[in-house]
Design a protein around this ligand. Structure first.
Ligand SMILES: Cc1cc2nc3c(=O)[nH]c(=O)nc-3n(C[C@H](O)[C@H](O)[C@H](O)COP(=O)(O)OP(=O)(O)OC[C@H]3O[C@@H](n4cnc5c(N)ncnc54)[C@H](O)[C@@H]3O)c2cc1C
Length: 391
């Protein structure tokens, strides 16, 4: 297919992208299901050696110092070359939701302690905000951080935590003000081995099966004063900042997966003959392909526009929200179309139906698409104001 895969990349970014595609095809093959933590770690280390687990981290801490556009290009290449979108998702969640907060808000000591091993692939990070009773309403957490001499004691439970079963460190959001609200959350860096922290069994999910997800519990879990990331009360702004990265660069992995399936779907409709001719010759089929291409390209333009504004420091919540909505909705629709165009093969060839299953959670994580629309509407002066802090 001859459509633009470069999005105006410079030579260095094009070479990087091609190198990542080759690496992912060669080294990251898997069953696409998280059932072997050792093999997951083996592939993670390889990804680390390739620089994928620390692309946006400054060179002095062992990363590659890429800007958001090049980081998105790298994630897109990983999604394209790696048939296990769950693994690509895990790498992106580690980097954009957990490592970038340490880069942007960590003290010199915290950065030096954690970033080199998180970049090299020796350590894995997870970000924990969601709770059974606080999903979209993320500013009203039940997990409490109670101040004690020289630290805090965390109590509460988190759910849906990506990488929890393999994580060495958790970036945890907890309420330091029991009323919650924007200034009521504080972010903590908590080592997985901390007494009082336990991780549940990996979930059996419909999609992103190569990415391990689990609950995390804090039972009177003491963390020292040095575990606070940023200032006390700045949890919500740290979370917002990490979500700008995630809603932009993580979703680039879906662009790669969409392109991979789009290409194989075009091949299929060219080769598959019914009624004496290739099915791609039927207008109902070719128009569906054109719609798939249009949705993919439109989503890609929005994503790289958001990445450019992240790179040049002008990013706002609207750009990343629109990119997130466009990519996730396009991925679901592209998955449905790719299944339909394969006929019976579509529900068993492991490609189209896998994209569809992997795409469904993308409308939910990083803030559901409905919440993104609320945020964009609010930026337009529409919709409800944020509810006041509860007592
Ligand atoms: C694969 C996957 C990985 C995840 N990884 C992580 C992770 O690493 N760390 C983490 O902390 N969390 C993670 N999550 C959790 C994710 O962030 C939440 O699932 C998400 O924020 C939604 O919360 P909820 O599931 O409680 O849904 P709810 O908040 O209960 O929402 C249910 C439905 O109600 C709608 N809704 C709720 N409020 C409103 C409103 N005000 N206006 C309009 N509609 C509304 C929602 O859009 C949704 O459709 C992950 C989720 C998934 C699926």
């Amino acid at each position: 297919m001859n459509f633009d895969f470069d999005a105006g990349f410079d030579t260095e970014t094009r070479e990087l992208r091609d190198m990542v595609v080759r690496f992912a095809r060669r080294e990251l093959d898997s069953s696409g299901r998280f059932d072997d933590a050792e093999d997951f770690r083996r592939r993670w280390l390889l990804a680390g050696k390739q620089g994928l687990t620390g692309t946006t981290v400054p060179g002095e801490y062992g990363g590659s110092g890429l800007d958001a556009v090049s980081a998105a290009a790298t994630m897109e290449a990983l999604g394209y070359g790696c048939a296990d979108t769950g693994f690509a998702f895990s790498v992106a969640a580690h980097l954009f939701a957990a490592v970038m907060p340490i880069v942007e808000f960590g003290t010199g000591e915290q950065r030096a302690a954690w970033l080199p091993a998180l970049c090299s692939g020796e350590r894995i990070a997870a970000h924990a905000i969601t709770e059974p009773e606080a999903g979209s309403d993320a500013l009203h957490l039940r997990t409490r951080a109670r101040p004690v001499d020289d630290g805090h004691v965390l109590s509460g439970s988190k759910c849906f935590i990506t990488n929890a079963p393999v994580a060495d460190v958790f970036v945890v959001q907890a309420a330091t003000d029991p009323r919650g609200g924007f200034f009521g959350l504080t972010t903590f860096l908590v080592e997985a081995s901390t007494p009082g922290l336990t991780v549940g069994r990996p979930y059996d999910k419909v999609g992103l099966r190569g990415s391990p997800t689990a609950d995390v519990h804090f039972d009177d879990c003491y963390v020292p004063a040095g575990a606070v990331l940023g200032a006390e009360g700045s949890g919500a702004s740290i979370f917002s900042s990490s979500m700008k990265w995630e809603r932009t660069c993580l979703f680039a992995a879906y662009l790669g997966a969409m392109r991979r399936v789009l290409e194989s779907t075009v091949d299929h409709v060219r080769d598959r003959e019914q009624f004496g001719s290739p099915i791609g010759g039927f207008q109902a089929v070719s128009h569906r392909i054109v719609d798939m291409l249009g949705r993919y390209e439109g989503a890609r333009l929005l994503l790289y526009r958001a990445a450019r504004s992240l790179s040049d420091g002008t990013a706002d919540e609207v750009g990343s929200a629109l990119a997130k909505i466009a990519v996730s909705e396009a991925a679901v629709q592209l998955g449905l179309d790719a299944v339909q165009l394969r006929g019976g093969l579509g529900i068993m060839d492991g490609e189209a139906e896998t994209l569809l299953r992997d795409a469904l959670p993308a409308r939910i994580f990083s803030g559901t698409n409905e919440i993104q629309k609320n945020n964009v509407a609010r930026a337009l002066g529409l919709g409800r104001r944020r509810p006041a802090a509860r007592r």
